[in-house]
Structures are given as structure tokens and as C-alpha cells.
Design a binder for this molecule. Structure first.
Ligand code: KIV
Ligand code: ZN
Length: 511
């Protein structure tokens, strides 16, 4: 069995998905979960892109011990310096530097000749290798690059010190056989190829990212890059859970394996989906809600006789549990704490106190508390930033042929309270008009989505909003048993993010 390294880029390429906007604590929470999932490398961000990115990469590098942490850098010294400054405290600092190699990118974007691209790459790889123990070099748009030129530049960067060579299908253009053949070609035509690990990085514009990544493995790749749930630029990156499960279920064919802890897949997928607000389609391979549901009579009959007739993956293998009824309102602190441990969460005493209060409040109103409810509460607790505005109370009246009215009281900071009322065409509009009045400035709602956590009439509601506030486009989440309270929390969560971000920026300017 060949070992395939998993290079996880949810926090970099995944965060480039339109509308995705993760804050510091959310990124850290995802990084911890990726470590639990057993990924080999976490690409934590693009340190030179912003102060926020730099800080989160630095914190992730400091905290994560069982995965190597890397950050992206253009072929620019300043980017490589920022990457080094943010990553040097990590367990195994790794640089990921890239430059485009295809004719279309050379001519229109870089305005550089073939030779200039080689020289720049060599210079930057040498600069990186003088600092980092491991340098990965990527040829952006490699799949549309002349093969002989690709082989020439790959040999040059290996000589300069690159240890991993990444061959991205940046625009999701390659067909599987073609993409696999690029790897075969490089193995045959690059003299020093045995000194490096070859990596595949596929985008899903034509829906071929999983097939392409697997074809690359057949062609000799020993590393695959991708994201959880396949989020990413445009149509996304390859969904790593699909590649890992294809290798596992078809080991007879691929003779390759990953070190992923497969039963952490579902939890990782849920976490990424909740924090990014990008819902997983019900029919999504491996982790979709319907992936293990058998609807037709013929299939159900087959399943009852012998599961393997229609089930190639057992849901438990990827962490989809059928037994999710766990605690109720009479459960005590001890049982709750034990359940958190079984779910693999480590919480501080302070988090535990707050979580237990929330658990009791929820258990009072809900007939059954599922693992999904508990996971949602913990993630919410862990991923919430300090807030500036908090919802103190709300009252909404609405009905058929009636103008909806809302009254809201907000807590601002420690002592101030703001109360306002307003109307709207529906309950959510009335609520948001009232919140806008409380804030005293315009907030543009661009997206509003609602999702239930688990099933049943008393399920928790999770609301996701995208807003434009104070010149910044951002998103927010809110969790509550009541949809309108969840809506108010999501809106305030988004507003708080902008305020906190602006405060941090101001502090950075003053320093
Ligand atoms: O898709 C791509 O080419 C990339 C590179 C920066 C590696 O994400
Ligand atoms: Zn990419």
C-alpha cells in the first residue's frame, strides 16, 4: 500500500469560496478538527494577505502539533517572509509558494517569458529553503502548461531545494486520463523526480475533481490537496472525504491508503458546513443526508436480506451514527461531561459552566437531546467571538393580512441598553428593520438561510446571514430553538464581527 499524504486547504482555498468568511476562533476550531481527522498537512491561510490571516496562521501553527502547518506565498520575498514569521513556531513549518506556468497566465497575467518564470521560481524556492525545512512549489495552471516546459521548470525548482511539487488543475480543465498522464510524463522526463513528492490539486469546474485526483494517484502522485465538502473557489476543490473513501473502499484497485481517521469525517463535514454556512447537498457522496438512505422497495428488501446488496460503505465507518439519542432534561453535569468526552471535545471549566446552563435550558424545551444538538452547542460556544451587541429580548407580532411588528432590546457593551420597534412585510423583515434602528446605521441583507439541526418539531434552528455593514461584507450565524431568535443572533453575530475586526485594525494602526 502506498501512503498518500493529505494536504488540507479548507482554511485557504476553501475560504476563497464566495461568501465564506471565517473568524479567528472558527479557523482554530476547524484546524483542531482537521488534526483530529488526521490530515498530514493543514494549509492554514495566506499570511501575507492580511493581518487577520497572518494572526490565524500563526496561532494555528503554534497550537497544532500532529499535522504539519503551511501557508501560501506568491513568488515574492515579502510573502515568504510573512509565511516564515507566522509559521516558524510550528511543529513542522512548511512553505507553499506558487507561480503560474501556463502560456495564458505567463502572457496575460504575469507578462513574463518562460525563462523569467523559471528564474523567479528558482530564486524564491532558494529563498524559502534557506528558512523552511520543507518547501512545496506549485505550478499554477499546470494542467494547461506545455509538458516539456513543465518538466524543465520542475527539475529547476527541485535543484533549488523544493521537496514537494504540486501540479494544480487550477481551472478544473483536465480530463482524468490526461491529468494522470501529466504525472507519468514528469516521472519519466524529470531527472531528479525521485527526490520529491508529487502532489495533485484539483478544482471541480467540470465535476471531475475526484476522478482527476484518483487518476493522479494512479499516475504517481503521493499527495492529494483538497477541502472538506469540496468547498473552494468557483465550483470548489476536490472533496477530500471522497478521495479518502475511494482509496479505502477500493484498496483492491488503488493499492494506496491515507492516514485519515475515517469516522471523524462526518463531524468534520458538519463543522465546516456550519461555520462556513455552505450546506451539504442531500445527495452528496459520503456525507450527504441521503447517502445512506434506501428509499425504493426493492433496495429496502435487499438491505434487509443482506446489507452489502446496496451498501458499499457502512455509515458508521465515516462517523454517521444511527444512535443519536443520548441525554434528557434529568441528565446531570457528570453525564453531560462524559458525553462531551465521548464526543472527543475538551472544554475548559469556563466553557463547561456556560455549556451546561445552555444544555439545561435547551433540555427543558426539547423532548430529546441528540448528539447533533450537543455538537452544535459546543461548536457555537467555541467559535463565538467576544460580542459588542447582544440580544436581551425580542417580541414579534405577525399574522395573515397583518403588518408584522417587532420590539427588540439589545445590550451594548456592559451597561447600555437600546430598545427600538419597527414594522415589516414579514416577521424577519420587521425584526431586521428594528435591529437596523437599534444600530443606527444601514445594514444591507444579502443572503438569509435557515437549516434545522437534526430532526423533529423541536429541532434547533441555525440561521446564516450575509450582510453589508459599514462598508464590509460579512456573514454571521445564530443558533436557537426559535427561528426568530436564531435570526436575530445571526444578524448580530455578523455585525459584531465587523465591529471587532475594525477595532483590531485600529489597534494595529496605532501600534
Ligand atoms: O488552484 C491553484 O492553482 C491553487 C494554487 C495557489 C496552488 O490554489
Ligand atoms: Zn486551488
Amino acid at each position: 500500500m502506498r501512503k498518500i499524504n493529505i494536504f488540507e486547504t479548507t482554511l485557504r482555498d476553501g475560504e476563497q469560496s464566495a461568501g465564506v468568511n471565517l473568524n479567528f476562533s472558527e479557523k482554530l476550531e476547524i484546524a483542531y478538527q482537521l488534526e483530529r481527522l488526521g490530515v498530514d498537512i493543514i494549509e492554514a491561510g495566506f499570511p501575507a494577505a492580511s493581518k487577520g490571516d497572518f494572526n490565524s496562521v500563526q496561532e494555528i501553527a503554534r497550537k497544532i502539533k500532529n499535522s504539519s502547518v503551511t501557508g501560501l506565498a506568491r513568488a515574492v520575498k515579502g510573502d515568504i517572509d510573512a509565511a516564515w514569521d507566522s509559521l516558524k513556531m510550528g511543529a513542522e513549518p512548511r512553505l507553499h509558494t506558487f507561480i503560474a506556468t501556463s502560456p495564458i497566465h505567463r502572457e496575460y497575467k504575469l507578462k513574463m517569458t518562460k525563462q523569467q518564470v523559471i528564474e523567479k521560481s528558482v530564486e524564491m524556492v532558494k529563498y524559502g529553503a534557506a528558512r523552511f525545512p520543507i518547501v512545496q512549489w506549485s505550478a499554477e495552471d499546470a494542467s494547461r502548461t506545455e509538458l516539456d516546459y513543465l518538466a524543465e521548470i520542475v527539475e529547476a525548482v527541485i535543484q533549488a531545494g523544493a521537496k514537494v511539487i504540486n501540479i494544480p488543475d487550477t481551472v478544473g480543465y483536465a480530463a482524468p486520463i490526461e491529468y494522470g498522464n501529466i504525472f507519468r510524463y514528469l516521472r519519466e522526463h524529470v531527472p531528479s523526480i525521485d527526490k520529491v513528492s508529487l502532489s495533485a490539486h484539483c478544482h471541480d469546474d467540470l465535476g471531475m475533481a475526484t476522478a482527476n485526483s484518483l487518476a493522479a494517484i494512479e499516475g504517481g502522485a503521493t499527495q492529494v490537496e483538497g477541502t472538506i465538502n469540496g468547498i473552494g473557489e468557483r465550483a470548489g476543490n476536490v472533496a477530500l472525504e471522497e478521495v479518502a473513501m475511494a482509496l479505502y473502499i477500493r484498496k483492491d484497485f488503488y493499492h494506496a491508503k491515507t492516514d485519515l481517521v475515517l469516522n471523524e469525517i462526518k463531524r468534520t463535514s458538519d463543522l465546516v458546513s456550519r461555520l462556513t454556512g455552505m450546506q451539504v447537498p442531500a445527495n452528496k457522496a459520503i456525507i450527504g443526508a441521503n447517502a445512506y438512505a434506501h428509499e425504493s422497495g426493492i433496495h429496502q428488501d435487499g438491505m434487509l436480506k443482506e446489507k452489502t446488496t446496496y451498501e458499499i460503505i457502512s455509515p458508521e465507518l465515516v462517523g454517521v451514527s444511527s444512535n443519536s439519542l443520548v441525554l434528557g432534561k434529568h441528565s446531570g453535569r457528570h453525564a453531560f461531561k462524559e458525553r462531551l468526552q465521548e464526543l472527543n471535545f475538551s472544554v475548559s471549566d469556563e466553557e463547561m459552566n456556560s455549556l451546561f446552563v445552555q444544555f439545561k435550558e435547551l433540555a427543558d424545551n426539547k423532548k430529546t437531546m441528540t448528539d447533533e444538538d450537543i455538537v452544535a452547542l459546543v461548536l457555537e460556544e467555541k467559535a463565538t467571538d467576544i460580542s459588542f451587541y447582544d440580544l436581551a429580548s425580542l417580541q414579534i407580532s405577525h399574522g395573515t393580512h397583518q403588518t408584522a411588528t417587532a420590539t427588540v432590546t439589545l445590550k451594548k457593551g456592559d451597561n447600555e441598553e437600546i430598545q427600538e420597534a419597527a414594522t415589516g412585510a414579514g416577521s424577519v423583515e420587521a425584526l431586521y428593520n428594528t435591529l437596523e434602528r437599534c444600530l443606527g446605521c444601514e445594514v444591507n441583507l444579502q443572503d438569509y438561510r435557515i437549516q434545522s439541526i437534526g430532526g423533529g418539531m423541536d429541532a434547533l434552528a441555525q440561521v446564516f446571514v450575509k450582510i453589508d455593514f459599514d462598508g464590509v461584507e460579512t456573514s454571521g450565524r445564530g443558533l436557537d430553538q426559535d427561528v426568530l431568535e436564531a435570526s436575530a443572533k445571526a444578524y448580530l453575530n455578523a455585525v459584531n464581527r465587523v465591529i471587532i475586526m475594525k477595532e483590531l485594525e485600529e489597534k494595529a494602526v496605532l501600534q
